[in-house]
Design a protein around this ligand. Structure first.
Ligand code: SF4
Length: 480
């Protein structure tokens, strides 16, 4: 594996870990979208352009069609913002580019652009630095040329070729620098703060506390709207697999009646719909499926820490708010998401959150660890129990491969979110009943193990659709 641990001086904010975007993939959709936006921003659009060409390499080329990478590149070139562009206009925008064979760069300059010949998938080639490489090239009419290579390094993060090896985000001096779980627990011990409390102090290096609170609650609002939409949108997911959305049917069956409710009163309907632990677990799965069905349908989602794994954290947090809280409380939401984000940062810094680097353990495994930590903190667990819950959740995802059927983020991805959510709840329960002083495996040890496992894993199992389920069920990539 050509890559290393992230810079020991990397500083990551909660808003780096949770990013609002568009499905279905943070590395194959959101990252390329951002890369295309960056490339256009680097161009001199005052000068007349002659041509533009984009080449996709490695994993981006192998599964990019199913992941909507071509769509994302075109949208990024137009300058559209993945945070706010209406998702119901994506298909028509891209269709127009294909039909007219021209694109308006940054919504300013019209340029001839036929995706068939100007947006190339090169699956036989991989750039040495990272499996998710993209090359952008333009020619100006005066004969000058300009090109840039970017890498989508997971979770929607993008690095230009000359930035690899340094942090994908600007370095910020933090009051409590954290690179390992041991650092995190030491700061908590020294300050008497919870994990969320330490994160809150660090976030002040980027913005004031009220701005962070507003932004994190907006993250939750976006997660919740996605979850609700997913539970109330019937139909078939895009792509050749013809997968039927299941969350709406689950929602109807679990409610067991024709209730009249709104997005504001759905929680009461769920709470009144039945009792018992297994009923709550049924809902947990329903919530996770809902988010990832929306993700697969190019809906608006939040990376958590990736799009493929976007369902685990909203499902576990909504499960907590519905079944374990008298009323949804913004302080609980803040504690959950700040705690979860710090755990995700540890994996990003010491291992990876990219399936193209580490398989599905880097996506669903990390999201499950993040959710387990957030849940345990909100349930009153000690700092050591919180890190123990994260460790347990990851320990039981080690070695999980990435083998999306047909290159689509649907099978096994959607169900995998339900499994990750269930494991997060179980990990939290084990940690709360456990004694961290007697734990044999630390969170730092499991993060190192995840990274070593990633290094040993065959590239076939890293988001290429060249092995595993992708080649062993009737509809394989070659037929899609
Ligand atoms: S198998 Fe896992 S890592 Fe791979 S695309 Fe699906 S959710 Fe992402």
């Amino acid at each position: 594996m050509s890559r290393r641990f992230a810079s020991a001086r990397e500083s990551l904010s909660v808003l780096d870990m949770f990013k609002i975007g568009v499905g279905p993939s943070s590395s194959h959709t959101l990252g390329p979208w951002r890369a295309a936006q960056r490339f256009v921003a680097e161009l001199d659009l005052e000068r007349e352009l002659k041509s533009l060409r984009v080449c996709l390499y490695g994993s981006l080329a192998k599964t990019g069609k199913g992941h909507g990478t071509d769509l994302a590149i075109m949208m990024g070139l137009t300058g559209a913002d993945p945070v706010s562009f209406p998702t119901d206009r994506l298909a028509e925008t891209v269709k127009a580019i294909r039909q007219q064979k021209e694109i308006r760069l940054n919504d300013e300059v019209l340029l001839s652009f036929d995706p068939e010949s100007c947006l190339l998938f090169c699956p036989a080639e991989s750039l040495p630095e990272h499996p998710n490489g993209m090359r952008f090239e333009v020619q100006y009419k005066d004969g000058d040329e300009y090109q840039a290579v970017y890498f989508s390094i997971g979770g929607g993060f993008v690095s230009r070729q000359d930035e690899l090896g340094v942090s994908a985000v600007d370095f910020v001096e933090l009051p409590y620098p954290i690179n390992t779980a041991a650092d995190l627990t030491r700061w908590c011990r020294e300050t008497g703060l919870s994990i969320a409390g330490v994160v809150e102090k660090n976030e002040l290096a980027w913005r004031d506390a009220s701005e962070t609170r507003r932004a994190v609650l907006k993250i939750w609002q976006t997660m919740y709207e996605c979850l609700y939409r997913g539970c109330h949108t019937d139909g078939e997911l895009p792509g050749d697999l013809q997968v039927t959305r299941r969350a709406p049917a689950f929602n109807r069956r679990l409610l067991d009646n024709d209730l009249d409710y709104t997005i504001e009163t759905w929680r009461d309907a769920i709470r009144n719909s039945g009792t018992g632990f297994s009923h709550a677990l049924d809902w947990l799965s329903c919530f996770a499926l809902a988010v990832n069905e929306e993700n697969a349908a190019f809906g608006r989602v939040v990376t958590a820490p990736t799009n493929g794994a976007a369902g685990v954290i909203p499902a576990v947090l909504w499960y907590l708010l519905v079944f374990e809280q008298e009323q949804p409380d913004d302080d609980v939401i803040m504690q959950f998401l700040l705690t979860a984000s710090e755990i995700g940062c540890l994996f990003k810094k010491r291992a990876t959150i990219s399936a193209a680097m580490g398989g599905c353990q880097a996506e669903i495994g990390v999201s499950s660890a993040m959710a387990a930590a957030g849940l345990t903190a909100c349930r009153g667990g000690s700092v050591d129990q919180v890190t123990m819950a994260a460790e347990i959740a990851m320990e039981h995802h080690l070695g999980l491969t990435c083998d999306p059927v047909g290159g689509l983020v649907q099978i096994p991805c959607i169900e995998r979110n339900a499994m990750g959510a269930v494991k997060a709840v179980t990990a939290s329960q084990l940690a709360l009943f456990g004694d961290p002083a007697k734990a044999k495996v630390s969170l730092d040890a499991v993060i190192s193990t995840m990274w070593q496992t990633a290094a040993d894993m065959s590239d076939k199992y890293k988001e290429t659709s060249e092995a595993g389920l992708a080649v062993n069920i009737p509809i394989s990539l070659s037929e899609c």
